[in-house]
Write a protein that binds this ligand. Structure first.
Ligand code: PMP
Length: 437
């Protein structure tokens, strides 16, 4: 027994265990807010995933893949992407980008868009390289840049209130061209673009993308283009692909996700499309980390894309039907929030809608001297006291800018009608409580 005790004492390490690259990136908004939602929420409009089923053609494809008809689908497949999937992705994106893509060299399959992003930062960012990130941003960009040794350089979209008292649109949040240009320097290795943007739902216009593209070309910068919401664009808006603009193919990594494309976020199938000159380095990272993704999931996604390739532009296409349905859900939530005085910013795309809670502030107990941004305290109070889970917008800003954008919260409207109705009931009841003496 004594021996065992002394051994276990010796076994306690005194060396620092944490790698330096993890310093300062251990806190994560999702860990905290997903736990709060699981503990308190009755209605969860927080994390971005649909609570409606994926399309039948996709679940049927998954059943076929699993059925054992081809039992080799239960084994490893090609490391850089299951051949049927890379082939159809090359065809599909080749058509969209107007170029011939080689499925073996110009496409790589990843464990969700998340791993695609991780591979990009690991493959291209060296110690001291600067990476421009447009705020508000999908929060993982910042720690991923830092883990690779890079320095994130932030540039915010600046909101301009519409003059006529109308509701704001995500299009009213724009880059200041001079401010953006001032962030580019010799040290800039890449810019991360996310259009349609999570959390605002902004769909960057052709003009805005041309501005970014011109700066990328001028400063010889890579563009990591996160386009996971590419099909979720509303009101007839166009999703312009920056890789299709002049001078951009050679320097752009186009990232997509089957999770968002086919409403199967749990499958974690994503991809990168780009020139071999860049993808060869992503393959090195992928080869030495994840190696390959689940074969059955890739096979089912390949079948889904095959169907969509045949139905491209037709009304039966899921890529036409899904945005139509989501646009209705968006409109519903916009109305519901506007009616209670949480001013919605109408999103042009994505699963998300950001609302201004300034008018609502009074009903939530204030905590003077707290460092925590107001929206974060508000969202926590709301889930605990009203059962409605959302995400504070300040979580999508760097530490230095969090308190400049601290009176907005993000709602996910990719939900069943019943879920949105339940959220509406909570808000209505709350409003009545607020107004009754
Ligand atoms: N990029 C953005 C902008 C996202 O919103 C998400 C998912 N929330 C991802 C990437 C990650 O996608 P996946 O689930 O395919 O890893």
């Amino acid at each position: 027994q004594t021996n065992f005790l002394s051994l276990s004492l010796q076994a306690k390490m005194s060396k620092p265990v944490q790698a330096r690259r993890l310093e300062g990136i251990d806190k994560n908004i999702w860990v905290e807010f997903v736990k709060l939602a699981a503990t308190y929420s009755t209605v969860n409009l927080g994390q971005g995933f649909p609570d409606f089923p994926p399309p039948d053609f996709l679940t049927e494809a998954a059943v076929r893949a699993l059925s054992g008809e081809n039992h080799m689908l239960h084994q490893y497949t090609r490391a850089f992407g299951h051949p049927p999937l890379v082939k159809v992705l090359a065809q599909f994106f080749g058509k969209l980008l107007g170029r011939d893509l080689d499925p073996m060299t110009d496409v790589m399959v990843t464990v969700g868009a998340y791993q695609a992003l991780f591979c990009c930062f690991q493959a291209f960012i060296d110690e001291g390289d600067e990476v421009i990130i447009i705020e508000p941003f999908f929060d993982c960009y910042e720690p991923m840049v830092k883990m690779a040794g890079g320095l994130p350089v932030f540039v915010p979209l600046r909101p301009k209130a519409p003059k006529d008292g109308k509701l704001m649109s995500s299009a009213d949040w724009q880059l200041d061209p001079a401010e953006l240009a001032s962030k580019f320097s010799e040290k800039t290795k890449a810019i991360v673009l996310n259009s349609p943007n999570n959390p605002l739902g902004k769909v960057f216009s052709r003009g805005e993308l041309e501005l970014i593209a011109d700066l990328c070309v001028k400063h010889d910068t890579l563009c990591i283009s996160d386009e996971v919401y590419e099909w979720l664009v509303y009101d007839g808006k166009e999703h312009v692909r920056i890789a299709s603009l002049r001078g951009m193919w050679d320097r752009t990594l186009v990232i997509g996700s089957a999770g968002k494309t086919f409403s199967v976020t749990g499958w974690k199938v994503g991809w990168v499309v780009g020139p071999n000159r860049l993808l060869q380095h992503l393959r090195t990272v992928h080869q030495n980390s994840v190696y390959l993704c689940a074969t059955v999931a890739q096979d089912a996604v390949a079948q889904g894309f095959q169907r969509e390739l045949e139905l491209y532009g037709k009304p039966e296409s899921y890529f036409i039907q899904l945005p139509k349905e989501l646009q209705q859900k968006r409109d519903w939530l916009v109305q519901s929030l506007d009616a209670v005085g949480m001013k919605p910013i109408i999103p042009e795309g994505t699963y998300f809608l950001v609302a201004d809670i300034s008018q609502f502030k009074s009903s939530v107990p204030d905590v003077p001297d707290s460092d925590e941004p107001y929206d974060s305290r508000f969202a926590k109070w709301m889930v605990k006291n009203k059962g409605l889970a959302t995400i504070p917008l300040s979580g999508f800003y760097c530490e230095a800018h969090k308190n400049d954008y601290s009176h907005f919260i993000r709602f996910c409207f990719a939900k069943e009608e019943a879920t949105l109705k339940a959220a509406n009931d909570i808000l209505q009841k709350w409003k009545q409580e607020k107004t009754s003496p």
